[in-house]
Design a protein around this ligand. Structure first.
Ligand SMILES: [Zn+2]
Length: 457
């Protein structure tokens, strides 16, 4: 009976995919939803590709899975992946059924699947990955993800010991996941170690997960990412099997030591978060059997997906667009930090991080703003900040509490008008930080910047 349900679900979902494609619509979610409505354990009946790699964690999973897919494809592999789709149960079902035949058998040999960490328990009982990459676990939207302990518990409970783990060795939460999985590899960074260990604005782990005693750190790069040890027991950050030993920002290269050798790869983005992501990719591809030359071939032809990081020029104006996920304080703080760290002066920022989908069916929550480090906006290189969107006053309040000079701040509730407030003769180095659900606004801004830049030629 279950099998019959599965085949009905498969047929209906394939039909839905066909019809959506005929209509020129996106078929990356709905067919999966149809399949799961008819057959709850639909994922369990699919014949999966020979190798299944899942990527999860709080920040960077899209970048890692896109890079993996892109480098594998450039080396001749045919990959099933959900890069353009959804990373929850229905999205995974939709992409797997698209790449399967009428009996539900995979047509491709390898799958790279980005998995929403909170959906682990809905996905991994059916899809037991051969490999799972976890690049970090950090606080995220309180409403969606609750607490890092909760997310760790979910991921750990969802896995069987069969899965081989590729974990961030510089994140003690991630490196402590799923102790039942004995086959574990760690990646991390040794390059550009901070000399002093200032206590970061936020740390998501302060007590030893084994004995509960306070943790100390050799150094922390940001949040709890760095090298930690327990003051009472043997627990410490694990040794790393894939270690970034050098970052050449000028020539865009990074060096990774593994298996007793050093290899250099093209650095596609020098944000430290993306150096971690790139190292995870090197580790995974090496484990799959790709040579350093094959990996470099892929890196040299890759770039971070445009929707996340992009620059444009318009006359004298240089504008950098950076996706900065609202509700996710760590990701936002990293973006603030990145902009502040760029060695330029007189920067102007447009901050459009309101998650407007947040209040569609429920109450809106702005507590995450207080987990973001707004004091970064006091950086001398940042001359002007335009907070835009319906919550611009909340951003102003948060910035004032963080001690940012009020004179620097402009409020603009209507996002469509933000660009018009810029004096292009005064500010030429512009940064737009925008939420995932603000992509349309960012696209409109591009058009407005083009116009604004024309007058500066
Ligand atoms: Zn301990």
């Amino acid at each position: 009976m279950k099998k019959l349900r599965f085949f009905i679900a498969l047929f209906m979902a394939k039909l839905a995919t066909f019809l959506l494609k005929m209509l020129g619509r996106n078929a990356t979610y709905m067919p999966g939803e149809v399949a799961l409505k008819i057959s709850k354990d639909f994922l369990g009946h699919l014949k999966l590709p020979e190798t299944v790699i899942c990527v999860t964690g709080t920040n960077g999973k899209t970048t890692v899975s896109n890079l993996l897919t892109s480098i594998l494809t450039k080396n001749g592999y045919d990959v099933t992946n959900n890069s353009f789709g959804s990373n929850v149960q229905a999205g995974i079902a939709a992409v797997l059924l698209q790449d399967s035949d009428i009996f539900g058998r995979a047509k491709k040999k390898i799958a790279v699947l980005e998995v929403d960490e909170r959906s682990s328990l809905l996905i991994h009982p059916y899809i037991k990955p051969d490999y799972l990459i976890v690049n970090n676990i950090m606080r995220d939207s309180v409403k969606r993800n609750a607490h890092t302990d909760f997310i760790s518990y979910i991921i750990t409970s969802a896995l069987t010991e069969k899965t081989k783990l590729i974990l961030n060795g510089d994140d003690l939460i991630t490196s402590s996941l799923a102790p039942q999985c004995k086959n574990r590899m760690y990646f991390g960074l040794d390059a550009e170690k901070p000399e002093v260990s200032d206590k970061p604005f936020l740390r998501d782990i302060v007590y030893c997960p084994d004995c509960g005693a306070p943790l100390e750190s050799e150094y922390l790069r940001y949040n709890h990412i760095g090298r930690m040890y327990c003051t009472a027991c043997e627990k410490k950050s694990p040794d790393r099997d894939y270690l970034v030993t050098a970052i050449d920002r000028e020539n865009s290269f990074f060096t990774v030591d593994f298996k007793g050798e050093s290899h250099t790869f093209t650095l596609i983005n020098d944000n430290i978060v993306n150096v971690y992501n790139s190292c995870a990719v090197v580790a995974m591809l090496t484990i799959l059997g790709l040579s350093p030359e094959q990996i470099e071939k892929g890196f040299s032809q890759s770039k971070i997906v445009k929707s996340r990081f992009d620059t444009m020029s318009a006359g004298k104006l240089k504008i950098t667009f950076q996706m900065s996920k609202g509700q996710n304080p760590i990701a936002c703080t990293r973006c603030f930090n990145y902009v502040a760290s760029i060695p330029k002066e007189n920067k102007l920022l447009i901050v459009s991080t309101d998650d407007i989908s947040d209040n569609t069916n429920e109450s809106e929550n702005v507590c995450w703003l207080y987990d973001c480090d707004y004091s970064i906006f006091s950086d001398e290189s940042i001359a002007k900040i335009i907070f835009t969107g319906p919550r611009c006053r909340d951003h102003l309040l948060r910035a004032l509490i963080a001690g940012v000079n009020k004179e620097k701040i402009v409020l603009c509730e209507d996002t469509d008008k933000a660009v018009s407030l810029i004096d292009p003769e005064k500010y030429t180095d512009i940064y737009v930080l925008y939420d995932l659900y603000r992509q349309e606004d960012a696209a409109k801004m591009r058009v407005q910047f083009k116009k604004l830049g024309e007058g500066t030629k």
